[in-house]
Design a protein around this ligand. Structure first.
Ligand code: GLN
Length: 193
């Protein structure tokens, strides 16, 4: 059997990620407990509400287990709220919110404000003539990137897709547009570890 991919299924848009991974030929497993996490080789952290995801990571006992796997280099993909949880610092977060530090970025929750809090746009993708439709829903903004962070895609000069080692983070929802290039990029990390 090949590597097994999991989707953190505590809260938020996890089913759409499982569907995107299935389109890439990978059966993803829902991850809700430390035991589930131990059975996967890579993990997607979906969008939703980062404060709730943090609370549920604590309650489920997954927080410590996930920190340990990230430290070992397990591939992780965080989208929107999932990126917030993977970041190293959160602005406009709740005081009890934590972040896992897989990506050395500072994010501002709901950084696009009320006027533009949800929108869709075409993103240029490096190495491809086809732009990618990107859905932003009360998205965070990446306001600082550390030196080890690679900006993979930007919107109006601001990073919206970033990579550090085997961690990938998008401020938008790649699972909602039917374009699976980001999931394929992520699955490629499994061949590297
Ligand atoms: N605004 C949400 C948060 O702070 C993220 C929104 C999303 O994941 N679509 O967690």
């Amino acid at each position: 059997m090949g590597p097994v991919t999991g989707v953190l299924a505590l809260q938020g848009a996890f089913a759409a990620h499982a569907a995107a991974l299935a389109r890439c030929g990978t059966d993803a497993r829902d991850v809700r407990t430390p035991r589930d996490l131990a059975a996967v080789d890579a993990l997607v952290l979906p969008g939703g509400e980062s404060t709730t995801i943090c609370k549920l990571l604590d309650l489920s006992g997954l927080r410590g287990a996930l920190e340990a796997r990230i430290a070992e280099g397990m591939p992780v993909l965080g989208t929107c709220a999932g990126l917030i949880v993977l970041s190293s610092s959160v602005l406009d977060g709740r005081p009890d919110q934590f972040c896992l530090g897989a990506l050395d970025v500072t994010v501002r929750r709901n950084g696009f404000g009320r006027q533009r809090d949800s929108f869709e746009t075409d993103l240029a993708v490096p190495g491809s003539a086809d732009p990618m439709r990107a859905v932003f829903i009360r998205a965070p903004r990446i306001v600082r990137c550390g030196g080890s962070v690679e900006v993979v895609a930007s919107l109006d000069g601001e990073p919206v897709l970033v990579r550090q080692g085997s961690a990938l983070g998008a401020t938008f929802h790649p699972e909602l547009s039917g374009d699976d290039r980001i999931h394929r990029l992520f699955l490629g990390f499994l061949a590297e570890v």
